[in-house]
Design a protein around this ligand. Sequence first.
Ligand SMILES: *[C@@H]1O[C@H](CO)[C@@H](O)[C@H](O)[C@H]1NC(C)=O
Ligand SMILES: *[C@@H]1O[C@H](CO)[C@@H](O)[C@H](O)[C@H]1NC(C)=O
Length: 373
Amino acid sequence: MRTFSLLAISLTVSLLFSETQARNVHDISECPPLKPRRSPPKDVTDLRIDDIKVIASLGDSTMAGFGLQEIIDGTTPLDALEIRGKNYATGGDPGAKSLARFTTNYQPELKGASVGQIVVTRCNYDYCALSDYNPDVDRLNGAKSGAIAKRIKDELDYVIPYMKEYPGVDFENDWKLIILHIGNNDQCDSCTVRGNESTPEVYGSYIDTAIERISQNIPKAIVTLVGNLNVSTLYNLASRHPEYCPTEDATINYLTPKVECPCLSSPELMLGMDAVVAEYNKRLIKIAEKYKAKKGSNFAVVYQPAGIDFRGFPINYLSPLDCFHPSIHAQEYFAKILWNSLFRPSIKKQKVFEYDENLAIYCPKNSDRISTK
Ligand SMILES: *[C@@H]1O[C@H](CO)[C@@H](O)[C@H](O)[C@H]1NC(C)=O
Ligand SMILES: *[C@@H]1O[C@H](CO)[C@@H](O)[C@H](O)[C@H]1NC(C)=O
C-alpha cells in the first residue's frame, strides 16, 4: 500500500516535471520531444503540432522571402532575390527559423515547405502567371511578390492541384496547416487610382472567397489568417537610418519604400493606411469567426494578430536591399511570434508586438493543441 502511494507520488511528480521543464528556448531543437499520441486527433479542435503533415502558404513578397538577405562583407545585396527557403511561414531550408522548421522538429515527415532561392517574378496587378512558379523551389508556398488579396485566387490555382498530387501527401487524410498573409500591397495601394480594389470591403470579400474555396477543396485543414501590421511603422524606422538605407532617389534606385508603397508619400496618406489596416483586420476577424472550429469539424480558420510595431526595432530588421521588406531578423521574429501564438486561445494572444531582444520560442506540451478557441 505504502509502496503504491510512493509510486503514485513519484509518477505525479515526474509528470508534473515533464510538463513544466524548459518551455522557452532559442533553438527549437532544445525543446523536449512530445510523447507519441495514443489516439489520432478527434477533429480540428484536437490537433497537436505533430499531427500536421502538410504545410502551405499564400501571400506576398514577405511570404516569398523577398530581399531578406543580410549585408555580407559590408556589401549590400544587389540581386532582387526571393529567399523562399527562409520565409517565416513555409521556409524549409535547414536551420531556418520558420513555422515549417519548428513543425518539422515534431513531425519530420512534414511536406510542402519551400527551399532555396530564386530571382523574383512579380505578380502583375491583374494576373499572376502559373508558369512563373518553380515547384522545385516553391513547393506549396504559393506566395507571389506584388500580390494583393485579389490574386490569392491565382495562388490557389497553383497550390490546390499541386497539393493533390504532391509526392508523399495523402490529400484526403493528412492534416494541413495553411498560412494566409496578405494586405501589405493592398494598404500601399489604398490611396492610389487602384484603390477601389483595396477598400476594406473589397479586400474582405476576396479573402472570404479564398477561404470558402479552401474549405470546399482542401480536406482536413486549419488556416492561420495572419493579421496586418502598419506598413507605416516600417517607414518610420527606415527614415531614421539614412546610413543603412539605399538612396531614396527613385531615378537611381527603384527599390525604395515610396516607389514600392505609394501611400508612404505623405504623413496624411500614412494615417490613411493605418486606418485601412484596422478595417482589414476587423474583416479578417469576422471571417475567422465565420469559420470557427466546431466539435467534429475538420476545418477551421484562426486569426493570428501580428501587429508588429517596427518603430523601436533595430534597423537591421529591414532589408538592406530596399529598407522596406523584412530582413532575415524580422522574418525570424515573425516566425517566433506566430508559433508562440498558435498554442494560445484568441483572448490570450498578444496583439501588438514591440522589439524584444530575448524573444524565445515556446515548446509545446503534450497537452497543447493548436488553439482554435
Ligand atoms: C476597379 O476599377 C477598375 C478600373 O475601372 C475596374 O476594372 C475594376 O473592376 C474595379 N474593381 C472593383 C472591385 O470595383
Ligand atoms: C496601426 O496604427 C494605428 C494608429 O497609430 C494604431 O491605432 C493601431 O493599433 C496600429 N495597428 C496595428 C495592427 O499595429
